[in-house]
Write a protein that binds this ligand. Sequence first.
Ligand code: MG
Ligand code: ZN
Length: 179
Amino acid sequence: MKLIILDRDGVINRDSDAFVKSPEEWVALPGSLEAIARLSQSGWTVAIATNQSGLARGLFDMNTLNAIHAKLHREVAALGGDVDAIFLCPHGPDDGCVCRKPLPGMMHDIARRYDISLAGVPAVGDSLRDLQASAQAGCTPWLVLTGNGEKTRARGGLPANTRICADLAEMVDLLLQDE
Ligand SMILES: [Mg+2]
Ligand SMILES: [Zn+2]
């Protein structure tokens, strides 16, 4: 199977320092949902891996997060795309979990779910911790310059095999070109 793993905030939708706490606050970035649809139509399975510490912080509850993700699924489906699964870490930074990126726990969960090796699986993020989790799990990390991406690139220290592109739309162009 062809699997791709996407971070959510700053890759698919606008990120917010105040957290995305409601369906109304979840707003897709230009071209990102169309890019997901192109992946689906080219036979790629799309999974999302997202830190959602807003749950642990009490900023929103699971029902609200489900409503946010229902909106995501609906908007992707309207364009002919599909997000197969959303993996999330509900913990805070001090909870000592193994799933919060930069740790690779969610990536390992994804590998188990699909029963595949993550070697070379493209994984797209806008923050260093996304790239670190991806690299640790054996994925190929891609940095997009949306969301925190410009800041992440400027700070440096990226995993050695990180590929950089403007946004998810360009990433998908390059990925499909290489097939
Ligand atoms: Mg992000
Ligand atoms: Zn966690």
